[in-house]
Design a protein around this ligand. Structure first.
Ligand code: ADP
Ligand code: MG
Length: 397
């Protein structure tokens, strides 16, 4: 199915309600990572070029209907003003009301940012009244918050009942590439690592059906090794998911590491061990913190032979240099194939930091900004934020 996007319709001289995901990490008033803001800039610029006035809404953190000062979007307004240079973003911190809507409509600022939508009790309840009130500010709704599309929120889902609704440029891109990932060019491989198998088990199962191979690393691999009865000591792994992990081991295209980097519990000394016949891989005090060099080579060979590669989740504790090699090798190997010999896509949270660290981002065909949203999309779910934006006929994308 196709998505209704601002790429394909002309929105001119309108009041546009733009839902973004400005859920940025903050330290006091300082924005730690502006990735989520920069992703929305092309849409903001395009809407401005077409003479629209933009009223931006977003959530930040989980204030659960309370006005928690540390979760204010005020620092984002400042940041956005700097990014947009000649345009000053008007920040409105008042609670939403009919009076406020009237005031907003009387403003002639080109960009207005409303305070954290989760300060409103109805936001997480997908409240129709809140959505209706919000809709009175604008003529058109644009969703540019892919990373939040797996959540049912009033300013994201209920709002579409009241305004003509479209996907922003980035959301439309996310959709296009993730749809491609569900029907990839072959041979296709997925590389999945990270910390919690709980959040990724359905993703792995789904990909093992469509992809030729699913290569596992990180804490996920530790859980699978434990399911194979290897001693994993005090490694990061999910004890409660051993039974489910065993179901993954029965899938013959799920590949686990052939060697791993093991460290003492204080992470001072590292050694490499083969995953072989000897089930006592670690001592009870040791932990597995990276894939070993044989695995790096093995996984790189898969990458070199693939036409489509999707990656989510680091191969180890890459935040520490000693244990970053596996993740860096994978990040660079995908970058070397992507945008040409293969389509290379990545997504997640920490995965994006890893790609930044490897300075490989510019070589990827697409980097998804949605962690949970991307996983749920790839599991085959129709995300609540995306559903109202789809064109309901059977046009193939
Ligand atoms: P993403 O957000 O990209 O989907 P996850 O949140 O699933 O990734 O996992 C990322 C985290 O997993 C990173 O902080 C990384 O340090 C950690 N990690 C991966 N492998 C290991 C390991 N073997 N031991 C400890 N931490 C690990
Ligand atoms: Mg994460």
């Amino acid at each position: 199915m196709q998505i209704k996007s601002i790429e394909n319709v002309e929105i001119k001289n309108k009041r546009v309600l733009l839902r973004t995901d400005f859920n940025v990490p903050l330290k006091g008033n300082k924005i730690q990572d502006d990735f989520k803001i920069t992703r929305a800039i092309p849409t903001i610029k395009m809407l401005l070029q077409n003479g629209n006035q933009i009223i931006i809404v977003s959530h930040l953190g989980r204030p659960e209907g309370k006005r928690v000062k540390s979760m204010s979007l005020a620092p984002v307004a400042k940041y956005l003003s700097n990014e947009l240079k000649e345009i000053k973003v008007k920040f409105i911190f008042d609670k939403l009301s009919l009076g406020l809507v009237k005031r907003i409509k009387s403003l002639d600022d080109r960009v207005i940012l409303l305070e954290n939508m989760r300060y409103e009790k109805g936001e997480d309840k997908n409240d129709l009244k809140l959505a209706k009130l919000l809709s009175c500010c604008a003529d058109v709704f644009v969703n540019e918050a892919f990373a939040a599309c797996h959540r049912t929120m009033a300013s994201m889902v209920a709002i579409t009942k009241f305004l003509p609704s479209y996907a922003g440029l980035n959301l439309a891109h996310e959709y296009k590439y993730l749809i491609k990932s569900l029907n990839p060019l072959k041979p296709a491989i997925a590389i999945i690592g990270g910390s919690k198998i709980e959040t990724k088990i359905n993703f792995i199962k789904k990909l093992s059906k469509i992809y030729d191979a699913v290569l596992i690393g990180g804490g996920l691999a530790n859980t699978l090794l434990s399911a194979r009865r290897y001693e994993v000591g005090v490694s990061l792994y999910d004890k409660d998911y051993i039974k489910l992990a065993k179901t993954l081991l029965r899938l013959n295209n799920v590949v686990i590491p052939m060697d791993v980097v093991i460290s003492d519990s204080r992470m001072l000394k590292a050694r490499v061990a083969d995953v072989g016949k000897n089930k006592s891989l670690c001592t009870k005090q040791e932990k597995i913190l990276d894939i070993g060099s044989k695995t790096m080579k093995h996984y790189s060979d898969f990458i070199r032979a693939a036409k489509f590669i999707i990656w989510n989740g680091p191969m180890g504790l890459f935040e520490q240099k000693k244990f970053s090699h596996g993740t860096m090798v994978i990040a660079k190997a995908i970058g070397a194939r992507a945008k040409g010999r293969a389509i290379g896509i990545a997504g997640g949270g920490e995965t994006l930091y890893a790609i930044d660290m490897a300075r490989s981002g510019k070589y990827y065909d697409f980097i998804s900004g949605g962690g949970g949203a991307m996983l749920e999309f790839m599991e085959g779910k129709v995300l609540p934020g995306i559903k109202p934006l789809l064109i309901k006929n059977n046009l193939k994308t």
